[in-house]
Each structure stands twice: as C-alpha cells, then as structure tokens.
Write a protein that binds this ligand. Sequence first.
Ligand code: ADP
Ligand code: ADP
Length: 225
Amino acid sequence: MSEICLKNIRKTYENGTTVIENLNLKIESGSFTVLVGPSGCGKSTTLRMIAGLEDTTDGEIYIDGKLMNHVEPGDRDIAMVFQNYALYPTMTVKGNIEFGLINAKVPKAERERLIEEIAGIVDLTEHLHKKPSQLSGGQRQRVALARAMVKKPKVFLMDEPLSNLDAKLRNQMRSELIELHHKLGVTFVYVTHDQVEALSMATDIVLMEKGVIRQHSTPHEIYAS
Ligand code: ADP
Ligand code: ADP
C-alpha cells in the first residue's frame, strides 16, 4: 500500500503547451482512485508523471513520503497497464507473465511460485500453457493484468484498460477489478473518460477539467449531492 502525493505539478510539453496547471492531489494508500474527465484534460499525462514515463515541468511527486522526481520508472515500485496491452504472441501465457521476472533476475523457483499465485488470483491457472491467440478478450486482458502485477508493485496504474472490450466484457472486468483491488490491497489509480465506469469502481473520484482538479470526492458524496 502506498500514498501518492502530487504537489504543485505543472506540465508543459516540448511544443510549449501547458496541459497541467498547479495540480495538487493526495491519493490515499490502498484506495481505488479514478481520474475522470473529458478527453484531453490531462489524465494520461498525470498518470505517466506518476509512473515516471513523463517528467514534471514543476512540482514534486512523493510516494510514501519519498521524493520520486529523479527516480527511474523501473525503481518506483509501480506497474502500469495501458489500453493497448500488447502480449507477446509467440509466448505462452506463462511466458508472458514470466518475462519481466526473468529480466528482473528473479530465481526460477521464486518465479514459479509468483506465477502460480498470480494465475490463481486472476483465474488463469488452466490457461498458462496456451498462446494469447487461444484466449478470449477478457482472458487476454487478465494476462496483461497478471503480467503487470506479478512483481508485486505497491501502486497499480491503469489507463483506460477496458476501452477495447465490448460492453458485456467491460462490465464483467469492472467487477473483477474491484475484486482484484480487495485481494491485493494495493493502491489503484485508474484513468477513464467514462463517469459510469468511475462511479462503479472507485473509492475516490478525481474529476479533472483542462489540467486542473474540479472535485475530489467519494462516489457516495457524488450520489448524495
Ligand atoms: P487525457 O488522458 O485526459 O485524454 P492527455 O493527458 O492524454 O489527456 O492529454 C492532455 C493534453 O496534452 C491534450 O491536449 C494532448 O493533446 C496534450 N498532449 C499529450 N501528450 C502530448 C505531447 N507528447 N506533446 C504535446 N502535447 C501533448
Ligand atoms: P489518450 O488515449 O490518452 O487520449 P492520445 O491518443 O491523446 O492518448 O495520445 C496518444 C499519444 O500521442 C500519447 O503518447 C501522447 O503523449 C501523444 N500526444 C497526444 N497529443 C499530442 C500532441 N498534441 N502533440 C504530441 N503528442 C501528442
């Protein structure tokens, strides 16, 4: 579990456009925080700055009180899942999940243990030896989640991970993500432009508009207002 703190963040891209203006945000440890707002308001940029995939122009990012600005993405103890989760098509499900662990030089026995554990959590135990092409869309998405989670990150970032799925599957995956959040107990930060999706999953909703935060509240407070 990890608290994320963004202080006075400004982001100006190389072309001179400022897309985030003095953003202050505290993401509670263990929360399922959803950043919601119209396309282009700066949600992905914010997420990528937390991940370290994008520099901040001004301001500080803290995780558990530690300044992250100059910490490399690989050393932030964060995993990220994108909309276009590319699996390696020639590798098995197990190979896809194992790849990052091999890169991180995790010993074989420990890799086996971690893969077995994560496969159980996302219900892929029966499918570990299949190729991605033999899986359904939902199962493939679960492989992408498993691959991101297997290194046990303290923070899990997701950028519209369900937007390529059909409506029925999207609904099912929402329930699965809520369950996954309960099981893992880590901090989830999830980006979507879909208010219904935000309300259905979040413990905390951050409403963004043109690079600033309009509102930070719980779904309960939103329903009550
Ligand atoms: P969202 O995720 O809310 O759709 P983004 O963070 O992707 O918003 O984008 C916010 C704004 O920043 C948009 O106007 C987008 O065009 C712009 N933007 C994103 N990436 C870059 C970039 N690399 N260079 C310049 N502008 C960018
Ligand atoms: P999203 O799905 O989050 O809205 P986009 O389709 O806006 O993402 O952006 C896809 C990629 O293009 C991102 O890597 C983003 O940084 C980049 N990008 C977006 N807007 C611009 C821009 N105005 N100038 C340069 N790059 C951009």
